[in-house]
Design a protein around this ligand. Structure first.
Ligand code: FES
Length: 90
């Protein structure tokens, strides 16, 4: 199980956290990993100055909707037992 927490506080919401959440969930579904990857909204992480915050295994990443795909490929997929684009859905 890969647990991804996306901040839904006001600042991160303004920086696209809803779009990031939607995109990460869409990618998880496309890879057939919706049961393996859990993406949940959480309250402010006190990192508001740095962009939309996403926490994975205790580490906070700063994302935008434009970097959500890259984050999924490089950080989430390997933890879900898949590796990069070679594991792309057909
Ligand atoms: S609103 Fe997201 S870290 Fe504060």
């Amino acid at each position: 199980m890969v647990a991804v927490e996306v901040c839904v506080g006001n600042s991160c919401h303004m920086k696209g956290s809803k779009r990031i959440t939607d995109r990460l969930r869409q990618l998880a579904a496309e890879y057939g990993l919706s049961d393996e990857i859990k993406i949940n909204g959480v309250l402010c992480m006190d990192e508001c100055m740095n962009g939309a915050c996403v926490r994975l295994e205790g580490r906070v990443f700063k994302l935008s909707p434009e970097t959500a795909d890259e984050f999924f490929m490089s950080e989430i997929l390997p933890r879900a037992g898949k590796s990069g684009p070679s594991g792309a859905p057909e």
